[in-house]
Design a protein around this ligand. Structure first.
Ligand SMILES: *[C@@H]1O[C@H](CO)[C@@H](O)[C@H](O)[C@H]1NC(C)=O
Length: 257
């Protein structure tokens, strides 16, 4: 019967797709991150790849695993990768892709905090000096010159990672990705930088851009009490026990403690 034949074909095709793709589904509810539907308490530790050499990475990651971590988290360091406008460095200690593949080889998950603002006790929060010097620039807010550069670099990173199939949705190790970083601290907190409505417009724009990349894993924003949905607001701080994310569908997580 024709319909039976099609059923067999389709079943075979689905089996084939299932076998060749080792995609991992990362979802969440208001309590927890789920990996392929399994509820997980994930413990992650940070390794900033430019601060060590590729030769050191396997051992560092192995030790992290032996210490009980499930995931390695890193920022992405814009001024290391684009020291001169449109001239890139992904060699040696800056080899982000190799770092992510090393995490994968060791069987751990990765959390990719793209930023591209990073803090991280790193010069100028990772923002290249040439960005600061562009005409008409106001960094870190709804300023077209800044947003164009920020989008250009962020897109480059997402494209590189997608091309190498490193998001969990593609069979890679990355289960979460972060856009911007601790922006709520300046949007609201610090009297030196209160961006007000422009700050809010900027963070909404960041969230929209992040979503448009369709990376297939959740996005996080840390220290962002008004994180636009579906961005998950996470805690960075000494004390996260009283922290509540701003949406009942966001699990309580901390990215730095
Ligand atoms: C970044 O900007 C350059 C022009 O300066 C452009 O050629 C390139 O396509 C842009 N890259 C992305 C990923 O948008």
């Amino acid at each position: 019967m024709a319909s039976q034949k099609y059923f067999v074909y389709i079943s075979l095709l689905l089996c084939f797709i299932f076998l060749v793709s080792n995609a991992v589904e990362v979802t969440h509810d208001g309590r927890v991150i789920k990996i392929d539907g399994k509820r997980r308490v994930l413990i992650s530790g940070s390794i900033h790849y430019p601060r060590s050499t590729p030769q050191m990475w396997p051992d560092l990651i192995k030790k992290a695993k032996e210490g009980g971590l499930h995931a390695i988290e890193t920022y992405v360091f814009w001024n290391a990768h684009e020291p001169i406008r449109r001239e890139y460095d992904f060699s040696g200690n800056n080899d982000l892709i190799r770092f992510l593949k090393t995490i994968q080889d060791e069987g751990l998950f990765a959390v990719l905090r793209i930023g591209p603002y990073v803090c991280a006790e790193w010069n100028y929060g990772g923002i290249p000096v040439w960005v600061h010097n562009l005409p008409g620039m106001e960094i870190w807010t709804a300023n077209k010159v800044y947003m164009d550069e920020m989008q250009n670099f962020t897109t480059l990173i997402v494209n590189m990672v997608q091309k190498e199939k490193l998001f969990a949705s593609q069979g890679g190790p990355i289960i979460l990705s972060q856009i911007e970083n601790e922006y709520g601290n300046v949007e609201y907190g610090n009297v030196m930088f209160v961006y007000g409505d422009d700050g809010k417009a900027y963070i909404d724009w960041c969230a929209k851009m992040a979503e448009s990349f369709n990376i297939g894993v959740p996005w996080i924003m840390c220290q962002q009490p008004d994180a636009p949905q579906p961005m998950i607001n996470t805690c960075n701080g000494w004390y996260c026990h009283d922290f509540e994310p701003n949406n009942p569908n966001s699990p309580k997580m901390w990215t730095e403690n």
